[in-house]
Design a protein around this ligand. Structure first.
Ligand SMILES: Cc1cc2nc3c(=O)[nH]c(=O)nc-3n(C[C@H](O)[C@H](O)[C@H](O)COP(=O)(O)OP(=O)(O)OC[C@H]3O[C@@H](n4cnc5c(N)ncnc54)[C@H](O)[C@@H]3O)c2cc1C
Length: 396
């Protein structure tokens, strides 16, 4: 294969697809998207919780804060226009008295980011979620919704294909760059004028092949879920979340009623051995040793990482998950919970110079290439607004 195109995008996840959609709006008419898998949604974009977040958690001023609110609205409008699944179930964030201060801090963050949230009292909470812990106060997010991520990916792909200006090249891995504007793949080479890296968990590697972002390394975290047995689904009407530790980018064990009516508990964020280790030991490679090395270094040098790694690893045990979940829905019993096959990997970036977890998305630009790194949760929610920003501000 020898292809040429104006703009080459690596990765057909939600980031690559929404950027392609924005490029079409800008008049770019010759785009190739290379995707190493044979279908859409094999990785994070097809394996997430399907929650359209409302922008409550993120530090004001970050990309996440800025684009979650706008992205939520754009994705909703897209679902309405295309008649895709969207359930506006809302969400409550609950706590016992010991973390009321953190709940109020969340409210402050939400207000600063323009995210709609309402402090509600016990009576209002129990009207929304009758089986929730009866918090004296809770935070209600009316704009949180659930969607079917794979349906959205398919719809955007169809739109791009129908334009006649976007060529999907599946089963093709970007391997590196050769000389000027020539990408090497396992199927041959592709010449391009512009290059966009939207490779998800491999975005750091793709950037490194351009000599960019060498201080960033990926640490994969596995997100597994449990489910409520169907006759106990009534325990959760929408989404029930705890007040998270805002120093870490994880949201804690929570309940999500998916678009299919199933109620999921999770996801965990357990250190994984590979970027695509969805099963046990299914993605062991030479890199596993580096990943374990990175985990070990962070464990000893970063107190927050150590605390998160220790509490998350306990979530392998059903009893521990149950106890965490019972802090939100006290009526829950061990027989109410079953395993779920759903699993995703969060490719968390670490800045190796500072040994800190990177909390926001990263955009790197050099000449004709543009790289999106650390597009972790809530990147699906943010995607349409974020893509608009990337194309308007960085693509020229
Ligand atoms: C467990 C979990 C739950 C989540 N829940 C939510 C949620 O509820 N709401 C929300 O908004 N976000 C959520 N997220 C985050 C969200 O799913 C991701 O941030 C988002 O999907 C990332 O999209 P992406 O396109 O950047 O990456 P991906 O979806 O990973 O897409 C990247 C694509 O690039 C391809 N690729 C990689 N390397 C190459 C290469 N060398 N050559 C060719 N192709 C390549 C991959 O095959 C992949 O298809 C969750 C994530 C996880 C893991």
């Amino acid at each position: 294969m020898q292809l040429s195109c104006h703009t080459l995008i690596v990765g057909a996840g939600i980031t690559g697809l929404t950027i392609a959609r924005e490029l079409l709006k800008k008049g770019v008419d010759d785009i190739a998207i290379v995707e190493k898998e044979n279908s859409l949604g094999a990785h994070a974009s097809g394996r997430n919780s399907g929650v359209l977040h409302a922008g409550i958690y993120y530090s004001p001023g970050t990309y996440k804060a800025k684009f979650c609110v706008a992205g939520n609205q754009l994705m909703k409008e897209y679902c309405w226009e295309k008649e895709l699944i969207l359930q506006e179930t809302g969400k409550v964030i609950v706590t016992d008295d010991s973390r009321l201060d953190s709940l109020l801090e969340l409210k402050k963050r939400a207000d600063q980011s323009g995210a709609k949230s309402i402090i509600i009292d016990r009576k209002e909470l129990l009207e929304l979620e009758p089986y929730s812990i009866p918090s004296e106060k809770a935070l209600y997010s009316p704009n949180t919704a659930v969607f079917d991520p794979n349906q959205i990916l398919t719809s955007i792909k169809e739109e791009l294909t129908c334009s006649g200006k976007v060529n999907f090249v599946f089963g093709t891995s970007f391997l590196g760059i050769s000389g000027c504007n020539k990408a090497l793949t396992n199927q041959g080479s592709i010449t391009f004028n512009k290059f966009i890296n939207a490779a998800g968990s491999f975005a750091d590697k793709v950037a490194h092949s351009f000599g960019l972002g060498s201080q960033y390394k990926v640490l994969p975290f596995k997100g597994t879920y449990k489910k409520l047995v169907s006759n106990r689904n009534y325990l959760v009407r929408g989404n029930i979340y705890p007040v998270p530790d805002l120093r870490n980018p994880f949201l804690g064990v929570h309940f999500t009623r998916g678009y299919d009516g199933d109620v999921y508990i999770g996801p965990t964020a357990i250190p994984a051995l590979g970027r695509e280790e969805y099963g046990f030991f299914n993605d062991i490679s030479l890199e596993t040793l580096s990943i374990l090395g990175r985990d070990a270094v962070l464990f000893f040098t970063n107190e927050r990482f150590r605390a998160a790694a220790m509490s998350e690893t306990k979530k392998y045990f059903a009893k521990y998950m149950l106890n965490e979940a019972k802090k939100l829905v006290p009526e829950l019993e061990i027989e109410d919970i079953e395993d779920s096959p759903k699993v995703g990997i969060r490719p968390q970036l670490v800045d190796w110079k500072s040994k800190k977890l990177v909390m926001d998305f990263i955009i790197l630009k050099d000449g004709d290439s543009l790289h999106i790194l650390n597009a972790i949760s809530p990147a699906f929610t943010c995607s349409m607004a974020f893509a608009e920003h990337v194309v308007n501000e960085f693509y020229s």
